[in-house]
Write a new protein. Structure first.
Length: 79
């Protein structure tokens, strides 16, 4: 996958998360979202995308490794 395709996928995911700011996002939820858009979702890709958006400061990470979820960072989170 090209960097531009990856960036487009991340931008689309972030835009969707921003439309649901109070919800929890998991790799499974991202996979479900991608199924709805006709993509073939991969759990590893969904997980990496969430981790990347968190690393860029857009998402806050919560929970242990085996039950991790992400939420949109808000001003009160320091974003």
């Amino acid at each position: 996958m090209t960097d531009s395709a990856r960036e487009a996928r991340l931008a689309q995911l972030l835009a969707t998360i921003r439309t649901h700011p109070d919800e929890r996002w998991t790799s499974g939820r991202v996979q479900d979202l991608r199924r709805l858009t006709g993509e073939a979702p991969c759990r590893t890709t969904a997980r990496r995308d969430l981790i990347e958006l968190a690393a860029r400061g857009h998402l806050a990470q919560h929970g242990p490794d085996d039950n991790r979820f992400y939420t949109l960072k808000t001003r009160k989170d320091g974003a």
